[in-house]
Design a protein around this ligand. Sequence first.
Ligand SMILES: Nc1ncnc2c1ncn2[C@@H]1O[C@H](COP(=O)(O)OP(=O)(O)OP(=O)(O)O)[C@@H](O)[C@H]1O
Ligand SMILES: Nc1ncnc2c1ncn2[C@@H]1O[C@H](COP(=O)(O)OP(=O)(O)OP(=O)(O)O)[C@@H](O)[C@H]1O
Ligand SMILES: [Mg+2]
Ligand SMILES: [Mg+2]
Lengths: 166, 166, 151, 151
Amino acid sequence: MYLEKVTLYGFKTFRTETELLLSPKVTCIVGPNGSGKSNIVDGIRWALGEHRLSFLRASSMEDLIFSGSAFKKPLSVASVKLTFNNEDRTFPVVNTPRVSIERRIYRSRESGYFLNGNPIRLQDVMKIFYSAGIFNHMYAIVSQGKVSEILLAKPEQKKNLIEQVA
Amino acid sequence: MYLEKVTLYGFKTFRTETELLLSPKVTCIVGPNGSGKSNIVDGIRWALGEHRLSFLRASSMEDLIFSGSAFKKPLSVASVKLTFNNEDRTFPVVNTPRVSIERRIYRSRESGYFLNGNPIRLQDVMKIFYSAGIFNHMYAIVSQGKVSEILLAKPEQKKNLIEQVA
Amino acid sequence: AKEEFEKTLSGVEKYFAEFFRKMFKGGEASIERIFDEYDEVSGIEISVRLPGKRKQSLPLLSGGEKSLTALAFLFAIFKVKPAPFYVLDEVDAALDEENVVKFSELLSEESSFAQFVVITHNKETMQRADMLYGITMQEDGISKAVSLKLV
Amino acid sequence: AKEEFEKTLSGVEKYFAEFFRKMFKGGEASIERIFDEYDEVSGIEISVRLPGKRKQSLPLLSGGEKSLTALAFLFAIFKVKPAPFYVLDEVDAALDEENVVKFSELLSEESSFAQFVVITHNKETMQRADMLYGITMQEDGISKAVSLKLV
Ligand SMILES: Nc1ncnc2c1ncn2[C@@H]1O[C@H](COP(=O)(O)OP(=O)(O)OP(=O)(O)O)[C@@H](O)[C@H]1O
Ligand SMILES: Nc1ncnc2c1ncn2[C@@H]1O[C@H](COP(=O)(O)OP(=O)(O)OP(=O)(O)O)[C@@H](O)[C@H]1O
Ligand SMILES: [Mg+2]
Ligand SMILES: [Mg+2]
């Protein structure tokens, strides 16, 4: 099971639909300051269910939707879709060779999830992630400037991390 | 008035006396990870009177003294000397063309200051720094990883910074 | 649950020591358990000794040394409890040329067992990419992704 | 004291806007005063609009954009209330190649009025040095400083 594709539409600076096909091994993302690289990371976090604004570098959920630029008007919807290769059926509850999980948010409305294009409740998509070993592995996403943060944690917090992992 | 020379002896990884002659314009310091570059910055801060351990990357004052390595025993004294060019007599109370201010610390003893080699009390050396426009300019020293910290400060803290500067 | 914790912790300690020694070409790293008054583990602390130096508390380490130590610890966790994929955003920022090579070697080795998405400005790290994307922003404030050929 | 504050603040705002526009080749930056119920300034906030983009709150900025904005602000403070010397430790770490050039140009220009000690891993920043020191550590765990010739 691996993440085959990340599709962003209307998410932060990705106003136009952008598809990133990932290697099962190492995919590198490069580019100038402010081009949108970390926005991709925010998008992946958010699609996996992150709700803490500080982890999404936003002051409100609406900040996730393209808010316009000097030449373009704002959009009213943002979406991030993660497409997993499920040929080894690691997702036990979904029996398709590819599993796409999309999270969508509209201005002044709750965000919603879609599994293979069909609406699904938040708690059900969290169950699916959990069964595939995702989501409880938020330590698997290291944000910019945060790599050494684990060392600064108090002994109790370090123990907590190991407990979460276990 | 400019900083002509920084002399470290026994301070952190500078076990042997090290003299750095500075350009009145731009001096760059380079080297591998862990070679001692930021230790020089800690040394300058400390010599200017910094006492907050978090700003000196230490858990106790004794951490400032060379604590030994795989092949060398620890030292019992550390010293950092700042030599200023005072040909324009910016230091109003000292009438020498060069002014050297040295801070020394011994294990389990208070640190002491020396002006041109003679003992001087902490409050008097702080007065000399203040008169030369140093020390109240701790914003003039930007530690590693801290450059963007000013942006994260609350509005009240940002106002405080401007008040300190004014 | 307590058994699971112990099993996980000793696995992490084993790989942490191994990755640390590999990345620093020497030295030692271990995890110390801290006990409360009931003899229960209340916390854990990371303890390192860099090659040529003495054991030192973490605040004293340099920026690059902290990054490399944290990466050894993180990759140990990845090894013991694998996740389907990992996303690393500029984790090599504080590393000098020599240490970036060590990190990128670790990345290459571990990618035979796991999928990595790595954001970087560093040419050495880029060399390890099986796929490479360049993100650009035009004057219109919109991000654009371009698949780049690896040379 | 309140006059001194106002005078300093408007000076900082003027240079901040100027350095910001120069480093970002466009856009706008200003400082907003926040008033309390007695109409006294209780806080100030930095407000920026990057070229091609809309005005955005600081948390949304990228790592490099934050560094460059902070440097424009800091150098504005240096300009209004000069200190005898400045020490900058790896302030260019998050900047891409193009932005490192902008920072090093600002450094060169301001060094005709002030003294800078700059720690860096970056070759472009090193080019601006009038004096260059290489710090190394032998196996004995002791730092050694070597004066390097500028090529
Ligand atoms: N909702 C939004 N609408 C429009 N622009 C946004 C939105 N959210 C964030 N941005 C912009 O995205 C940019 C930040 O992008 P990002 O953090 O991905 O950059 P980056 O490529 O990681 O850069 P760096 O190399 O400096 O880390 C900022 O300029 C910010 O203003
Ligand atoms: N009192 C001391 N005695 C011996 N070694 C010390 C002492 N204090 C700090 N050190 C060592 O100094 C090293 C850190 O040096 P420093 O932070 O100056 O590195 P640096 O050159 O800035 O590296 P980087 O490029 O990674 O930022 C650490 O290895 C630390 O163990
Ligand atoms: Mg980024
Ligand atoms: Mg350093």
